[in-house]
Design a protein. Structure first.
Length: 201
């Protein structure tokens, strides 16, 4: 509601950080919060083929505890999170194919400090993309084409989304092309086109 009255400062958050307690009289957080703890691990393998192609596989995982962030609803504390990721790619002189994955799983529900709401998150992004490159007319024309598909998965266990929209998978598709033509030694003409489509809601 609109008002001409002065708006005072916001009150204390309803939920303290891990390691803190609430003052019963004022509602303010007391004490020292637990330390942020972050652990990461990753590995990578590269293979160089005789025809100039290179293959790469890498992946890893991170564990985040007592993290703190800001979203539209205010400050939010990540109590205990796992964040795995992986990638595979094959790149040859005329084409590249790649796929990657990034995920998140809350081992303990994250907390919206202003409201005390606890949220779970089991989510993932997966993408596959292919690209083809070639030259024509004695390399005066360079052509690049490609396509990709991405899938987003999310499941809040009913803590964020309505059940009808929860535990969902949404896909998006894309195709693109670019052509470059050397009109002169210092002048090139470039044209590009991209098409995207997604089924989110």
């Amino acid at each position: 509601m609109a008002t001409d009255s002065a708006v005072g400062p916001p009150g204390p958050e309803r939920t303290p950080l891990n390691g803190q307690t609430l003052d019963p009289a004022t509602g303010a957080s007391l004490g020292t919060p637990d330390d942020l703890m972050s652990t990461h691990g990753s590995a990578r393998v590269d293979w160089y083929a005789g025809n100039g192609a290179v293959g790469t596989i890498d992946g890893g995982i991170a564990r985040i505890r007592n993290g703190l962030g800001i979203v539209g609803s205010g400050r939010i504390q990540v109590i205990d999170d796992l964040r795995p990721w992986a990638r595979a790619a094959w790149s040859a002189p005329h084409y590249t194919v790649s796929a990657w994955y990034s995920g998140r799983q809350t081992l303990e529900p994250q907390v919206v400090l202003g409201s005390g709401q606890r949220q779970e998150d089991v989510s993932a992004l997966l993408q596959i993309e292919g690209q083809y490159r070639t030259t024509l007319s004695s390399e005066r024309v360079r052509l690049v084409t490609g396509a990709s598909v991405r899938e987003a998965r999310i499941d809040s266990k009913g803590t964020l989304f309505d059940p009808i929209n929860d535990d969902r998978r949404d896909r998006s598709y894309g195709a693109f092309g670019q052509i470059e033509y050397d009109i002169a030694s210092r002048l090139s003409l470039i044209g590009a086109l991209r098409w995207d489509r997604g089924d989110l809601f």
